[in-house]
Design a protein. Structure first.
Length: 276
């Protein structure tokens, strides 16, 4: 009932590249004399790796199942049972939703955690690709967002409706009043331009090291700069999405900071400036 392969593949490749390079870069750029700095970088890196691996592994058994006494959502070590009598509303959400994280994580093909959907409310998302539609279930124990595959969605929805004795509501987010839905970063051209520029700057930096310093011949300080630029990008991009919902300017500023810092690091690398 869940199309999870794309999200798992993307998450696996992204994790291997980002964490693999980051751990190698920290070890390569810092020697025994930099033990304190190395420890300060390794501690958060391992913490984020632990969380990331947990989220990725949990995606493998993401599933929705109809049982006699309720709907069961399986994710990681969690088994969420929603009794039929606990369901209050079933809403089929179509169109582009304005979703943003309150306490969660997402990448293409995967979204999990507490999210807010303007015009609808908050939801605990256990989803793959909810940007273009999802099933919003309001219950006495909380609100949930799921994304069954299209082939099984009609049958799943009908089963939930019949067993809970609730009618299925339909909401088209594309037809919702913009004042209620709010402005989504997904539809903001300037936000996307800044995001793409950040990716391009990081790619240029990585290509510079790969082309001019093949193998392990790059200056250690230059490698460390790229590691820090990647870390800053992921930190800022997560917070920029949240901040954008309250202040689009604030979201722009965080992306511009990442862009400016990466640009400065590239200039330092090109100039072969090192700190003594």
């Amino acid at each position: 009932m869940v199309k999870k392969a794309p999200g798992i593949i993307f998450g696996l490749l992204m994790g291997l590249v980002v964490f693999g390079f980051s751990f190698w870069g920290i070890g390569y750029s810092l020697g025994p004399e930099d033990a304190t700095l190395k420890l300060l970088l390794y501690i958060p890196a391992y913490l984020f790796l632990f969380v990331y691996v947990f989220l990725l592994l949990s995606a493998f058994n993401l599933n929705y199942r109809i049982e006699d006494d309720g709907l069961v959502i399986t994710w990681g070590l969690s088994r969420i049972h929603i009794g039929w009598q606990e369901i209050e509303n079933i809403i089929k959400v179509d169109g582009k939703s304005n979703l943003y994280s309150l306490f969660g994580m997402s990448w293409p093909g995967y979204m999990v955690g507490l999210y807010a959907a303007k015009g609808l409310g908050t939801a605990r998302m256990y989803a793959t690709n909810p940007w273009n539609g999802f099933v919003y279930i309001k219950t006495s124990k909380g609100f949930f967002g799921i994304t069954p595959v299209e082939e099984s969605s009609p049958g799943l929805l009908q089963s939930i409706a019949e067993k809970s004795q609730k009618a299925i509501e339909n909401i088209n987010m594309d037809a919702m009043d913009p004042e209620i839905k709010g402005e989504s970063m997904q539809d903001d051209n300037f936000y996307h331009i800044l995001f793409r520029l950040n990716i391009i700057f990081l790619a240029v930096f990585a290509l510079y090291l790969a082309i001019f310093y093949p193998g392990s011949g790059a200056p250690p300080f230059t490698v460390l700069l790229l590691v820090l630029a990647i870390a800053l990008f992921f930190f800022n991009i997560g917070n920029a999405g949240r901040l954008f919902q309250f202040s689009s300017t604030g979201g722009y500023v965080l992306q511009i900071i990442s862009l400016a810092v990466t640009g400065l690091f590239i200039i330092l690398a090109l100039s072969e400036i090192t700190l003594k």
